[in-house]
Each structure stands twice: as structure tokens, then as C-alpha cells.
Design a protein around this ligand. Structure first.
Ligand code: ATP
Ligand code: MG
Length: 235
């Protein structure tokens, strides 16, 4: 059996019912291989956030199939009752703002999710230290988030997204507030991490600075996806 990082087939999402119903997703088809980073681009209202929320098990699709890693998670209905565990163990989120917890130091911001997932504290902190080293922010491990620069905070947020080694990372405009050099730095990190940990990554973006870095891009228009080859510029 072929293993898919992310596979979405015929996904539909209707908000509401009757005359006021909105078909936000009509026919979404997408695959992202383990270790691959793809872009998701589309105009406002095209369904990008709706798609990430479905994939992240935050809202329930109306129909279709979704596979994460080797597990079919949705087949016209959720295949598991425990969506919290699904979100915690299988999906890492990176947002435009880092949303770090202000009263925890950098290490504990990264170690928190593995601890909540039941990992012994010492092991969770050790894993956090490794990720912080890989993302070149070890020197800030004992600092509070407010003492970090914007780019450092975003790297910590990426470390946190990777902490449970999820097969999937969903990033919504992760580089929007960063300058060109730092935006490309974040993309380099996401690509390195994808390769190293075999993570499948979707990046929703409008950011012209990073669009040339994708090898594959999915466009979404009016709730339907189509694929295009990207430039795949070396980072
Ligand atoms: N909770 C909701 N109830 C009803 N309609 C919704 C809801 N959320 C989104 N929609 C509609 O679904 C469609 C897709 O919205 P979505 O937020 O997914 O777009 P988007 O591509 O993320 O847009 P943007 O780039 O502006 O963030 C839009 O027509 C929107 O009005
Ligand atoms: Mg949106």
C-alpha cells in the first residue's frame, strides 16, 4: 500500500441549510507526500481556511474522504471518536501569529504538548531542546516569548508544531508578518523539517516572497482545487 502524508478526495463542506446554505468546498482533491511542502493559494472566500479547518478536525466536512499518514480519518463521517487526540497527536498547526504561552519559557512552550500527550517531562524537554537546536534558537531556551524577536518566536512556534512528530503540519500564512529574508528562512526550515521528519506540510499563503519556493501549488477557486507545478526555487 502506498503511504500518503495527506490525501483528500472529493471533499465537500456546506455551511448552513436551505436557502442560506453556502457550499464552501465543492470538490477538493489533494495529495501531499511525506516530506513534501505544498502551497495552497486562492482568492478571499475561496475556501482555504475551511479546508484547513476540515483537515485539522476543527470542523466536520459534509462529504468526502481524508487520510492522514496511513490512517483514513474521515469517510463521509469521522472514523474516530476522539478528535482531540487526533488533533494533538497527528497535526501540527502554525499560524500567522505564533500564539506562544507568555508565562512559560521557550522550552516548556515546545514541551507542553508532548507532556499533555503523556510523555515523561524529562523526555519532552529533551525533545524540545533538540528541536530548538535544529531551529537555531537554543540560546533562547530559558527566555519568555515576549523577550524574543518575531522571527525567533515563529521558529519556536514551528518547533512546537513538530514536538509530537505529527505526520501533518498545517500552516496558515506563517510568513505574513516577516521580512523577505526571515520569510525565506521560515520556508527553508519547513522544508528541512519536512525532509528530516517525513512530515507533509500545507502552507496557505498570499506571500509573493515565498510562492516561488514551492515545487507544487494547489489553487483553490470557488471551492474546487487544481494543481500546478511551482518554480521550486532552491532555499
Ligand atoms: N461559519 C461559516 N458559516 C457560513 N459560511 C461560512 C462560514 N465560514 C466561511 N463561510 C463561507 O465559506 C466560503 C469560504 O470561506 P473561507 O473562510 O474558507 O475562505 P478563505 O479562502 O479562507 O478566505 P480568506 O482568504 O478571506 O481568509 C466563503 O463564502 C465564506 O463566506
Ligand atoms: Mg481564510
Amino acid at each position: 500500500m502506498q503511504e500518503f502524508g495527506i490525501r483528500i478526495e472529493g471533499l465537500r463542506k456546506r455551511y448552513g441549510e436551505g436557502d442560506t446554505a453556502v457550499d464552501a468546498l465543492k470538490d477538493v482533491n489533494m495529495t501531499v507526500a511525506p516530506g513534501e511542502v505544498v502551497g495552497l493559494i486562492g482568492p478571499s472566500g475561496s475556501g482555504k481556511s475551511t479546508l484547513l479547518k476540515c483537515l485539522g478536525a476543527v470542523i466536520e466536512p459534509t462529504a468526502g474522504r481524508m487520510t492522514l499518514g496511513d490512517e483514513l480519518i474521515f469517510d463521509n463521517a469521522w472514523k474516530t471518536r476522539d478528535l482531540r487526540a487526533l488533533r494533538r497527536d497527528r497535526i501540527g498547526f502554525v499560524f500567522q501569529a505564533p500564539y506562544l504561552i507568555p508565562f512559560l519559557d521557550v522550552t516548556d512552550n515546545v514541551a507542553l504538548l508532548p507532556m499533555l500527550a503523556g510523555k515523561p517531562n524529562a523526555l519532552a524537554r529533551q525533545r524540545a531542546a533538540e528541536l530548538l537546536a535544529a531551529l537555531d534558537v537554543s540560546h533562547r531556551a530559558a527566555a519568555r516569548p515576549s523577550q524574543l524577536s518575531g522571527g525567533e518566536q515563529q521558529r519556536v512556534a514551528i518547533a512546537r508544531a513538530l514536538a509530537n512528530q505529527p505526520p501533518v503540519i498545517l500552516a496558515d500564512e506563517p510568513t505574513a508578518p516577516l521580512d523577505s529574508e526571515r520569510a525565506l528562512g521560515v520556508m527553508r526550515i519547513l522544508n528541512d523539517m519536512a525532509r528530516q521528519y517525513r512530515t507533509a506540510i500545507i502552507v496557505v499563503t498570499h506571500d509573493e516572497k515565498i510562492i516561488p519556493t514551492f515545487k507544487r501549488i494547489y489553487h483553490i477557486r470557488d471551492g474546487c482545487t487544481f494543481e500546478e507545478a511551482g518554480e521550486g526555487r532552491t532555499l
